[in-house]
Design a protein around this ligand. Sequence first.
Ligand code: SF4
Length: 380
Amino acid sequence: MVGMHGNEENSAALKEDIRRWGRELGFDAIGFSGTRLDGAEQTLDAWLAAGFHGEMDYMAAHVTPAGNKRALPTELVPGTRSIITARINYRPAIRSGEESVLGSTALLRRGFISADFFENLADEERAYISRYALGRDYHKLLRARLQKLADRITGEVGEFAYRVFTDSAPVMEVGLAQNSGLGWRGKHTLLLDRDAGSYFFLGEIFTDLALAPDTPVTDHCGTCAACIDACPTEAIVAPYRLDARLCISYLTIELKGSIPEPLRSLLGNRIYGCDDCQLACPWNRFAPLTREGDFAPRHGLDQARLVELFAWEENDFNEKLAGSPIRRIGYERWLRNIAVALGNAPNSDETISALRSRADHSSALVRKHVAWALARHTAD
Ligand code: SF4
């Protein structure tokens, strides 16, 4: 029963069992933390007060008289005593390209990362999609695995109270993972591990079990500022401080309306998310590849040409991207993003003709971005 794990020795034994079950279930690492997120609420408040969250109003929601639930796990799930954080790597194997194509890429020149990650980024006629989004949506897989882990724990200790989270509730997952020893928060604000880099998903089990917290690791960013220098839109306004309104992930995924004009040319060919800060990070040079078939690129998204994707009709978008995280932005934003990328692509008859085919699209948002892109090409 729960009580039998209340002492330190039993807690340590149960933790080792949970780590082993986690490995057996396909997790790459498991860590344990308490419920305190010291300083998190002040940091979150300052970030919100600066307006860095943009249209992501959900970041400011969930405030109770006790404070923001995001920073207070026991407000989110009363009775929580320990939090189990699980990590699963997503870095997919990407088909490698011609070294010569990549020669002009500044980050590659600096020798930070392997060529395979840069193939699409360097080819402006091809779409760049964030590495985490090339395969199936991770939420279901991660949630099912966490549930299985909870079931294994129940089999050992009997019924206990728990809730499973996979980016599904106001949970400060990086802070919790940091407290559980799974890594440190890099200057790009993502969790970073010496062996695993930052290409991984996180999920949590909030539990009423008393499990001793693991020891947090120290920050190994040192004097490095590669991610800050690499960000195309200078969204990392200071170490550990991200203005989401400038972040390409926000602009291409979260933002519903128009992409601010001064930022459009900086998006390059990134049509869904951006990995530049992670690509630049030296700790990602040897980040392990995922063991999950579900995260392998689907529908050739790691090689897709912009004009091909722009030609998809709405039913193509819905069918081909069923089960993909990309589908959540909807067809209109998909076309908006590709229109911007085509505006940044080399001038060619094919590009102009693709843009013209959408110039009278029923969506004003799409028309507006297509007009901007066409103006760039016709002004050349
Ligand atoms: S690029 Fe450098 S500063 Fe940025 S997260 Fe990686 S190690 Fe830290």
